[in-house]
Design a protein around this ligand. Sequence first.
Ligand code: NAD
Ligand code: UDP
Length: 331
Amino acid sequence: MSILVTGGTGYIGSHTVLKLLERGKDVVVLDNFSNSGPDALRRLEDIAGRPITFYKADILDANALSKIFGTHNVEAVVHFAGLKAVGESVGKPLEYYRNNVAGTLTLLEACRAFGVKNVVFSSSATVYGSANPTPYREDMPTGGCTNPYGRTKHIIEQMLQDLHHSDNSYNVTILRYFNPIGAHPSGKLGELPGGTPNNLMPYITQVAAGKLPKLNIFGADYDTPDGTCLRDYIHVEDLAHGHVLALENLGGCNVYNLGTGRGTSVSEIVRSFEEATGVSIPHVITDRRPGDIAVSFADTRKAQRELGFTAECGIHQMCRDSWRWQSFLSK
Ligand code: NAD
Ligand code: UDP
């Protein structure tokens, strides 16, 4: 029996593939390389120390999916494949709805055709919108997303819940990630932002590498201890481990936050990065970024109680590992 990992050569997918292989699982990876590539696959195989069963395929391609499901005895799908750039989604909503929503629909139709009834899905804390108090709990109302990317995640969550309600032999686990950062300790796998990064950690590492002159801190007048926004940063290795636990505990329809339960400010991240790496990060305070909320962090109790999940890596390790990855990229 195999686990099909869609988007498995991407940032979070690749780390999860390694964890699944470490657990002795038979893994089949599918990716269209729209935001990764053969290099990532080679590095993944290098770390795994063995070839990986891989298909360059699109989740929108029903024929390709049929071939994969027809070839392998798939017991569960871990579904990472999707477009994820919030800003880009505002300018390209149709591309996001097609790729993420129609792609997931096509994938789920293939699952149904082949009797695959176990699905783990990559959702995001963005579905909590801006109206809920922190920490976010899984039973809080969702929706009210401020961009098409967030709306695709919200729609897919509903599709999966509807599927389970229509037939409760489907086991669906929705994982709401907070802010994944960090990289594989080998320094050979990590996040590949296309162009100038929008997210904080890749921006910081590119400043550290001298590729960008300085970090703009988007606002220091929020109602937080130091005025900069608080986010729940989680190491990608912890996140990957959360997927293994989710697969081991599939049953019914469940939603879990994957975070640390701690909010860290932008200024604290900058300071921690400097302490952990010895590299200074020139920065200036600028205006707030439209759409940002002051505080976002997870209530982690449900994942802890039901999955046995606890994030173990601290901010310094996240910074060190992110920097090792950037240094590898800069070589
Ligand atoms: P990523 O871009 O590194 O990985 C996604 C992978 O999916 C890429 O390798 C890409 O080539 C592939 N892909 C995209 N569309 C595809 C398609 N139609 N068919 C086949 N492959 C396709 O992103 P990531 O950071 O690893 O994110 C993985 C998932 O987690 C995404 O669904 C993302 O929305 C979600 N997520 C990410 C974050 C984050 O901050 N990184 C936060 C919350 C949720
Ligand atoms: N941020 C920043 N400068 C940057 C990028 C991000 O000050 O160049 C801040 C941003 O305002 C937010 C935090 O860092 O408070 C995390 O932003 P990111 O885009 O990484 O994640 P998200 O907005 O999805 O939480």
